[in-house]
Design a protein around this ligand. Sequence first.
Ligand code: LHQ
Length: 257
Amino acid sequence: TVLTAVEDGVLRLTLNRPDKLNSFNDDMHRALYAGFERARDDDEIRAVLLTGSGRGFSAGQDLGDRDPRNGRADLGHTIETFYNPLLRLIRSLEKPVICAVNGVAAGAGANIAFACDIVLAAGSAKFIEAFAKIGLVPDSGGTWWLPRILGEPRAKALALTAEPLMADQAAEWGLIWRAVPDETLMDEATALAQKLAAGPTVGLGLTKRLIQDAATNDLDTQLDLERDAQREAGNSDDYAEGVTAFLEKRAPAFRGR
Ligand code: LHQ
């Protein structure tokens, strides 16, 4: 349900239930979570690239898997078991996570994409906060970052109407990094992931954490966190290499530690 490949320090995770637009059943949840655990635990992996196979990125939860005609399931349990741990793992991973949205991203599929650090989307891709169509609320962090990134008016309109948002509009609104031509999406995303995987991993991981923490901190707290993180980054081998390479007028060879 998830294809896994490692190349040049990049762990590529491809959601792979194309017949169901890569909607999440329990197997795919487990496989994706295991992929991110591997990214966390394996020092050779220095960036993650998440994408989908076929014409969609992900249509969110597999609705056939939680068919209410077979009795009501506790959706809170599904969230607690699968979605929330995945979101926390992506956000706490101290390595860059690039998302290549190759096609439609709906429901939790959209919000999982938004949880990634840098999101590129194919021009033909669209994002749908589909929850309202079936009587649910946005999950997977949607109610947290949509209003923060877009402000309440746009966040509410997207979530209450479930209208699709095209990739270029999502980029214009700052929800994603860039919309790119369909044909070049995977090349651009792969190049970006490789570049980040060849970067100073300790510093990049700390940078990710600092920017996320800023959402809930005041300036004083954040200044203290920057001091502590800079101390840690300054102790990394990659900092020594970065400065040495600069002074020697050559490209740095970062090792990720
Ligand atoms: C699907 C799905 C799908 C199963 C397409 N499931 N088969 C958390 C906790 C617990 C429970 C509930 O949910 C959550 C979080 C959530 O994610 S809730 C939101 C769930 N997602 C949706 O409501 C989106 C449902 N899908 C759609 O609205 C459309 O499929 C979109 C707009 C994504 C794409 O439309 P089309 O391009 O027209 O494709 P399609 O609808 O023809 O889909 C292709 C196939 O994929 C089709 O199967 P079939 O056998 O007829 O070819 C669909 O049934 C299947 N599929 N989404 N979520």
